[in-house]
Write a protein that binds this ligand. Structure first.
Ligand SMILES: C[S@@+](CC[C@H](N)C(=O)[O-])C[C@H]1O[C@@H](n2cnc3c(N)ncnc32)[C@H](O)[C@@H]1O
Length: 218
């Protein structure tokens, strides 16, 4: 894809897909082989930052590294597996991934760091997974322009055990334009989660910072 277009142009195109599932799937299927290189050109640091935030909160809950290594983690919108690699480097051994794009998931599969992977999963719907199977969910890069609305955050909750954590990123301009704070307040008001952390204006991508949000499922 980016043999014809610069990484700037491809990134801009990815943010203008208007949340259309068919367009998103087709776009990411076509981008999969070039995604990591293009995002490296855009200083895509969100996977590193979210992994750091994720590990800090999980380490506070589970200080023993051997016990932490066995926690079941679900990486939602896992893409090519950048977060999975970083979690593996920190010792997490039981990490599953889901994504809308089958081609992105196949890139992730080739890395050999995930236990199980599934493509064709749409975060706009409740994820078709066994409920309360995971100790934590991580979700990097899909709460952004043209992808999914902040209300889809609630679809991250059912796979998580009571007391487990959900750690997600938002791109700052998206967070503001989509009023993600209102969606977060509504999810908290529903009583299903507690907001345990929000790291605002942290490094995300060259163009702008992002926010990192941590919920604890009740
Ligand atoms: C910017 S990429 C982030 C990928 C990866 N998490 C990372 O940090 O590099 C966004 C990902 O969200 C996926 N995606 C887009 N819309 C989705 C949806 N409705 N449900 C699930 N995944 C979706 C895309 O296929 C893509 O892999």
């Amino acid at each position: 894809m980016s043999e014809e277009r610069s990484s700037d142009e491809v990134l801009a195109a990815s943010l203008s897909l208007a949340g259309d599932i068919g367009r998103l799937r087709g776009f990411y299927d076509a981008w999969a082989a070039q995604y990591d290189d293009d995002l490296a050109d855009e200083a895509w640091v969100a996977p590193g930052v979210i992994t750091e935030v994720f590990d800090a909160y999980l380490s506070a809950d589970t200080p023993d590294p051997a016990a932490r290594a066995e926690l079941a983690v679900l990486d939602v919108a896992c893409g090519t597996g950048q977060v999975g690699v970083l979690l593996a480097e920190r010792g997490y051994r039981v990490v599953d991934g889901v994504d809308l794009s089958v081609a992105m998931v196949e890139r992730a599969r080739a890395l050999g760091v995930y236990r199980d992977l599934r493509g064709g999963c749409d975060l706009l719907e409740p994820l078709d997974l066994p409920p309360v199977a995971y100790d934590a969910v991580v979700c990097c890069g899909v709460f952004t322009r043209g992808h999914v609305p902040p209300s889809a955050m609630e679809n991250l909750l059912p796979p998580v055990k009571p007391g487990g954590l959900v750690v997600l990123s938002t791109r700052r301009s998206y967070h503001e334009s989509e009023d993600a704070d209102a969606a977060i307040a509504a999810i908290v008001a529903s009583g299903r989660v507690e907001l345990v952390g929000i790291e605002r204006d942290a490094p995300y991508i060259e163009e702008e910072p992002g926010h990192y949000i941590v919920f604890r499922v009740r």
